[in-house]
Design a protein around this ligand. Structure first.
Ligand code: PMP
Length: 386
């Protein structure tokens, strides 16, 4: 099947396709900037270093971070979250998380509960009752205890379109002296994020989803005054005679060779999102959501979860089929969606879909309304197989 025949509704896993300038820049970077950044002062090494610094500047600007040196490149969002969680939480600390967390947050927290005796409390995001933002924050306040040190939550769910009131949560964390770590794997590029205004201490984002960069990197962007331990140690071309990683950011957290071509592509991805505008992209995704919801509401045997939260992610199931069966039958029509649990056991428990998982449609800026018509036709054919 030609790539052009494919309908891709799995943008929450990774966005596809990317803007053409991303593909072009990865290629250009490999051809003309093929040295190792920070390892030597020759022209090819400097060319790679310049591209990486450009990306730090663009990312800092995009996310309201005043200092580009606080932008740390990681392997992906999961690595950035592990860095923040394991580098900041100490034995006996207590942390608050939401009931919509992805395993990228939940598993490291559970690992620290086992290994360091940390304790965690889970706040209710009100997915079922449509709780107001103020009530959600009151719920968080009730969980704060003397030993609570951090709040970490997702910006937006990866299985429904629930977005959390980040600015209010950030203000609350600042008032109560909690470190605020934000998992923006699903928020970055869909919601405007300003670290300073939102009081975010560590922002964890991927290259490959809403920022339309390649797979292979993510970022942990640090706010002021955050003292974090390293997760990995090694060479970075800086202060090589020292046995330690030093205190300087970003070098302290960037051990080993960075994926310069990927970072160069990410830089173009962010620029393309800036050029279109986050609000514009989000509005288009909401329009796709509204049309998809209308179609699913008119299909017997379909149940949509959390339909009140319109956005880029829609979760449903179809009577008589497992979610994996629906996903693989749709794939026969060239339609890419994801069934199962989406690495989010906690979130599926919250939505009441833990027993069987569900089918996720996730939209991106390159989806077309006409693709939804094709999806609907295919879904009705799948339904008629029963
Ligand atoms: N958090 C959320 C909410 C996610 O949706 C994902 C990716 N599915 C991650 C974290 C992990 O992102 P990555 O694959 O870049 O590590």
């Amino acid at each position: 099947m030609e790539q052009t025949d494919i309908i891709y509704f799995d943008n929450a896993a990774t966005s596809f396709p990317k803007p053409m300038q991303v593909y072009d820049e990865v290629r250009r970077s490999m051809l003309y900037g093929g040295g190792n950044a920070g390892r030597g002062a020759h022209r090819l090494s400097m060319a790679a270093a310049r591209k990486i610094f450009d990306c730090r500047m663009i990312a800092a600007d995009f996310f309201g971070c005043e200092d580009p040196e606080k932008v740390v490149f990681t392997m992906n969002t999961t690595y950035a979250l592990n860095l923040a969680i394991k580098g900041l939480l100490k034995t006996g600390d207590r942390v608050i998380i939401s009931d919509l967390e992805h395993n990228a947050v939940y598993r490291p927290i559970c690992a620290l509960a086992r290994d360091r005796g940390i304790k965690y409390d889970i706040f209710d995001t009100g997915c079922k009752e449509n709780t107001s933002d103020d009530k959600l924050c009151e719920g968080i306040e009730r969980l704060i205890r003397r030993d609570t040190r951090m709040l970490i939550c997702t910006c937006a769910s990866n299985i429904c379109s629930r977005t959390l009131p980040i600015e209010k949560i950030g203000r609350l964390c600042r008032k109560r002296g909690l470190i605020f770590v934000l998992d923006a794997a699903q928020g970055a590029g869909h919601i405007s994020i300003d670290m300073k205004r939102m009081n975010i201490d560590v922002l964890c984002v991927p290259s490959h989803k809403g920022l339309y960069g390649p797979q292979g990197c993510g970022m942990a962007i640090f706010g002021d005054g955050i003292e974090c331990d390293t997760l990995v140690e090694g060479g970075n071309g800086y202060d090589s005679l020292n046995v330690g990683m030093g205190e300087m950011l970003p070098e302290r957290f960037e051990a080993g060779t960075l994926p310069a071509p990927v970072i160069a592509g990410l830089c173009e991805g962010i620029k393309s999102v800036m050029a279109v505008g986050v609000e514009q992209i989000a509005a288009y995704e909401r329009a796709l959501y509204a049309r998809a919801l209308e179609m699913l509401d008119n299909t017997d045997g379909v149940r949509v979860y959390a339909p009140q939260f319109a956005g880029g992610v829609l979760l449903f199931d179809l009577d008589g089929f497992t979610s994996e069966q629906v996903a693989s039958e749709l794939d026969r029509y060239g339609i890419c969606v994801r069934g199962g649990y989406h690495c989010a056991a906690l979130a599926h428990k919250t939505l009441g879909t833990r027993a069987s998982g569900a089918v996720r449609l996730s939209f991106g800026r390159y989806n077309k309304m006409s693709e939804l018509e094709a999806f609907w036709r295919a879904l009705r054919s799948v339904k008629d197989m029963r």
